[in-house]
Design a binder for this molecule. Sequence first.
Ligand code: SF4
Length: 385
Amino acid sequence: MRILISACLLGSACRYDGMSKGSPWAEALAGEHQLVPVCPEQLGGLPTPRVPSEKTGGRVMTKDGADVTEQYLRGAQETLRLCRILGCEAAILKERSPSCGSGEIYDGTFTGTLTGGWGVTADLLRSAGIPVWGESRIPDLLTGQPETEHTQEDHKRRGLQMRRTDREITDLAQIRDILSEARIVHLGMVDGEKPYVVPMHYGYSLEGEKLVLYVHSALEGRKLDVIARNPNVFAEIDTGEILIPGGDDPCSYSAAYRSVMGEGKAVLLESASEKAQALQILMRTQTGRDFAVTEEMVGAVCVIKVELDWFTAKSRPMQKKAKRHAGAEALLELSNQELFSILAGDRGVIAQAGLHEILKEYRAEHQKIDADLQTMVREILSKEE
Ligand code: SF4
């Protein structure tokens, strides 16, 4: 494979301090792949040595306060151009650099503090569809497939093994339905050695098998501190939880639900346009409406993008239980049609997973449903009033 690689990883003295950062794996890598070395900062016209720079607020600033964003962008565009002309299929880039960093970069304070984010060149390459790997993935590349080439199925195998595969949902339309219906994501983070979970309203985009969540928060707080130290997160979303009554037998009680969960990385969005777009997605997911997002709104919040490496979806419907109890009293005094017109007019009621399906089945098969279910439907309707 032809791979673009940060020149400093091959021993070129192109770093800001006039030094190199050669990888011990470089020789083995060169033995197996065709490597194309580039230094985006030099390609952008910056001298070597140069004043160190870090990304902050969508710009790249030197330690002494000069704005070098333009040179960084030029270097990124030149790198992408070379990548395409030379037919490079992937890029291995120096981690944490403001040009080459992937997933984690220095936070702009020049204090050695890391934050979630991408270097300017790494970001441009990946948005052009070129897989970008940090140098810590070189051993994976030498022994097999690097992380970013794993499919959703591979990630699931390496992550959560689903015990009840009979409840797994793989149909993306159904998964989209769950994500549109639910309102809250429980975002699990790693605070040092302790777990930290926060429920948050979310927006989502699901393109093919790529699921991205967007959440927002105040401009400072514990979750931002935790993500800055460790961007690894676990996301759990569920909807339609309904108790399935079991009479006098506690072991017969159960619950209907639908859920999506997965693992990935959280990144704080920096550019105003990305933040505005994410907030629009969030509002559309939450309300089903489009809103204009002003500069002032964007400046008042932090927006966190959660890219899931893998996810699974599950459903526990109620049909079986309903069938078991078929033959009891009439569902409600309401006719099917009356009940359906109430349910159809209220998204919140339909969001009670399983209920809609049961009623459909009831109508289709002309079955009677028992008193437990009748009570449950009444409770749901009274809660919604
Ligand atoms: Fe290395 Fe990339 Fe920095 Fe050049 S821009 S010195 S290749 S990390």
